[in-house]
Design a binder for this molecule. Structure first.
Ligand code: FMN
Ligand code: 7N5
Length: 382
């Protein structure tokens, strides 16, 4: 199959990844209104075509929190990536390193922090979910530091989980329970199955054996409900920040007021995010929320964004509206599910080319010069 865009990788992933895990990625909560709005609101923005300007020697390089990036894109934390493809987190982190962008490892990963760090030389970023067991969380933070992680991403928008209907129907669990429909579906995914037979990494690498057993969880949602700390508040940032001692990014900010609270609490950057439409269904799309948050705190911290980024054009639109950089979740997961490490590399290369060509056709040569001037007034949120 010839791959021309991220949608092609998605089609291939749909064929190759067991339905339970493909559906887990391609889901939003409830009606999926926000999940789809993240993409459609980006698509509605229009570029201004600018001609007859020198477009030679273009450059896409930038920084996020002082780290050099080949383009303003990072890999978003996504749980269970090692179920999209055997050893998924290691493969994706290696592809990100080779390309020259940061990789964020989820607390809910299959490969552990130490395992991913041992297979990469660029420091990874670690995403933290706060659970009730504070000693365990303190140890997890220490493990991230010891493994050389260069930023901690605290996710603020998932202390309880938004219901994703397909996960309930499929009985999502890790490892999959041997029900008839699951076995019948797995039998058609031989490539995936071979990978899983070859690897030992088949359960939650960071959690298993530490917090109440996550190896045979009833369902991801039930386990989360029993383990996550629903009392988490701004007051908790201090001990987390002190324990960590490094750069702190707070993820899941959709309101200017929360953005100010995050900055006051000591965040070095925030991520404008509705969790890819997987939490509060009916929330604004990320691109709609971005300009108001940039206006509120953009002069005090870096503002990052995620949600709906499927192309280099989407990246450019977010940069034009004030994001320092964006994260990709599903886009890279589809590459991973389709072709493993090579698929993630292909995804990044597709996005790079689309970003480069679009920048040139908008009449610019340097990503650092991008402003909302490249967008058609009235087509973008202000
Ligand atoms: C399958 C999947 C798993 C995710 N797991 C996590 C996670 O463990 N931690 C987290 O902070 N965000 C998680 N997210 C949210 C992403 O970090 C990110 O906010 C979202 O995917 C961005 O939207 P996009 O997929 O449209 O790029 C997950 C998203 C998906 C699709
Ligand atoms: C317990 C949370 C699982 C990962 C996650 O954040 C998601 O599925 O959106």
């Amino acid at each position: 199959m010839t791959i021309t865009c991220v949608d092609d990788l998605q089609r291939l992933a749909r064929r190759r990844v067991p339905r339970m895990f493909y559906d887990y990625a391609d889901s939003g909560s409830w009606t999926e209104t926000t999940y789809h709005a993240n993409e459609t609101d980006l698509a509605a923005i229009r570029f201004r075509q600018k001609v007859m300007v020198d477009m030679s020697n273009r450059q896409l390089g930038t920084t996020m929190l002082g780290e050099s990036l080949a383009m303003p894109v990072a890999i978003a934390p996504t749980g269970l990536a090692g179920m999209q493809h055997a050893d998924g987190e290691i493969l994706a982190a290696r592809a990100a390193e080779r390309f020259g962008i940061p990789y964020t490892l989820s607390t809910m990963s299959i490969c552990s922090i130490e395992d991913v760090a041992a297979h990469t030389s660029r420091p990874i970023w670690f995403q933290l979910y706060v659970m009730k067991d504070k000693d365990y969380i303190a140890r997890l933070i220490d493990r991230a530091r010891a493994a050389g992680c260069s930023a901690l991403v605290l996710t603020a928008d998932l202390q309880i989980m938004g219901q994703r209907h397909k996960d309930v129907i499929n009985g999502l669990s890790v490892p999959p329970k041997p029900t008839l429909p699951t076995i019948a579906n797995l039998a058609t995914k031989w490539r995936w199955g071979l990978g899983m037979l070859r690897t030992k990494r088949r359960t939650f690498g960071n959690i298993a054996g530490h917090v109440d057993d996550a190896t045979n969880l009833e369902s991801l949602a039930a386990w989360t409900a029993s383990q996550f700390d629903t009392s988490l508040s701004w007051d908790d940032i201090k001990w987390i920040k002190d324990r960590w001692g490094g750069k702190l990014i707070i993820k899941g900010i959709m309101e200017p007021e929360d953005a100010r609270s995050a900055v006051d609490a000591g965040a070095d950057a925030i991520i404008v995010s509705n969790h890819g439409g997987r939490q509060l269904d009916g929330a604004l799309s990320s691109i709609q929320a971005l300009p108001g948050i940039v206006a509120a705190v953009g002069d005090r911290v870096e503002v990052h964004m995620d949600g709906g980024i499927r192309s280099g054009q989407d990246v450019l639109k977010a940069i034009a509206l004030g994001a320092r950089g964006v994260y990709i979740g599903r886009a890279y997961l589809y590459g991973l599910g389709a072709k493993g490490e090579e698929g993630v590399s292909e995804c990044l290369e597709i996005i790079r080319k689309e970003l480069d060509t679009t920048l040139a056709l908008c009449g610019l040569r340097d990503i650092q010069d991008v402003t909302s001037d490249i967008l058609v007034p009235g087509t973008y949120p202000e």
